[in-house]
Design a protein around this ligand. Structure first.
Ligand SMILES: NC(=O)c1ccc[n+]([C@@H]2O[C@H](COP(=O)([O-])OP(=O)(O)OC[C@H]3O[C@@H](n4cnc5c(N)ncnc54)[C@H](O)[C@@H]3O)[C@@H](O)[C@H]2O)c1
Length: 271
């Protein structure tokens, strides 16, 4: 299904851990659509070695380690990418999330605030760090596009999503605020894609994920959006077909976000 929508473009993809990752699927689709890419993840994730398989599938895309909470790592990443591509990038995917309180089983009402700081830094302020680094190095070409992944817990309560709900709300706010400044300065577009629950390493960390994903499926007229479809949506946002879309949180969820109830859920509730 390649249409060369990204021919001549180059970009950086954060967050491909394994083949289930949304970033992994997006990297493959960007490559199919003619883009050149640089892959990056935290050094600890690179040690798994999986990403080298993805690199091979994407025309030997360079893999550059960067902890997204470390400004020196980010500077090095963008500098190396600019050198590799021979100029600024056209697109960036931020596909990163991690919750220390969820991982360590802390209930939202008993949050450990040091872990919470780390969660917000990795999952939300890292987006500011990425954009700030690109801004300082003028590393994104005029009209470029940046996408981060979000979840509807930023707007509505999903109790077991815990502190990640607050992280996603912050991520979406950074998207609007930086989107304004980068739009004015370079016509760079910045959006979040709010994706259906998807079976990945990060996704499966949410308590009761099976119930969560089945409920979303039953509440979505089109069913849950897959990771592959999320990758397709990201490709459109990196392409020139969406040049005036910016500062938005774009639901990619089969209609879940605007559905009050479905017939299938009513039937499950009984009389
Ligand atoms: N899976 C879902 O149900 C779902 C739904 C909506 C949104 N999202 C979002 O999609 C994005 C991607 O997650 P995924 O579901 O593909 O899971 P994933 O586990 O495959 O990806 C998360 C990535 O974050 C990276 N990461 C963590 N800490 C980092 C750090 N300090 N520096 C650099 N990278 C770091 C991990 O190495 C991993 O590659 C996340 O923002 C997630 O919140 C996921």
């Amino acid at each position: 299904m390649a249409n060369q929508l990204l021919a001549g473009k180059c970009g950086i993809i954060f967050g491909a851990l394994d083949e289930k990752s949304i970033a992994w699927k997006t990297a493959l689709r960007c490559h199919e659509e003619g883009a050149k890419i640089v892959l990056t993840n935290a050094p600890v994730a690179l040690r798994m070695g999986e990403i080298n398989k993805l690199s091979a599938l994407c025309g030997q895309a360079p893999v550059i380690g960067a902890d997204v909470t470390n400004m020196d790592d980010l500077k090095n990443l963008f500098e190396q990418a600019i050198q590799h591509f021979g100029g600024p990038v056209d697109f960036v995917l931020h596909s990163i999330g991690m919750s220390l309180n969820v991982r360590k089983g802390k209930h939202y009402t008993e949050m450990n605030y040091e872990w919470n700081q780390k969660t917000l830094d990795i999952s939300a302020m890292s987006f500011h760090r990425v954009l700030r680094t690109a801004w300082d190095l003028d590393a994104i070409r005029e009209g470029g596009s940046v996408v981060a992944l979000s979840y509807i817990a930023a707007q509505r309560v999903f109790p077991d999503y815990n502190e990640m709900a607050d992280a996603k709300a912050l991520l979406e706010s950074v998207t609007r605020s930086f989107g304004y400044h980068y739009g004015v300065r370079r016509k760079v577009r910045i959006n979040t894609v709010s994706q259906s629950p998807t079976r990945t390493t990060a996704g499966s960390g949410v308590k009761g994920f099976d119930g969560f994903i089945n409920y979303a499926e039953a509440m979505s007229p089109l069913g849950n959006a897959t990771g592959e479809d999320c990758a397709n949506y990201c490709v459109t946002l990196f392409s020139d077909l969406t040049r005036y879309v910016t500062m938005q949180n774009l639901f990619h969820d089969g209609g879940f976000s605007f559905t009050g109830v479905t017939q299938s859920v009513i039937e499950k509730m009984g009389d």
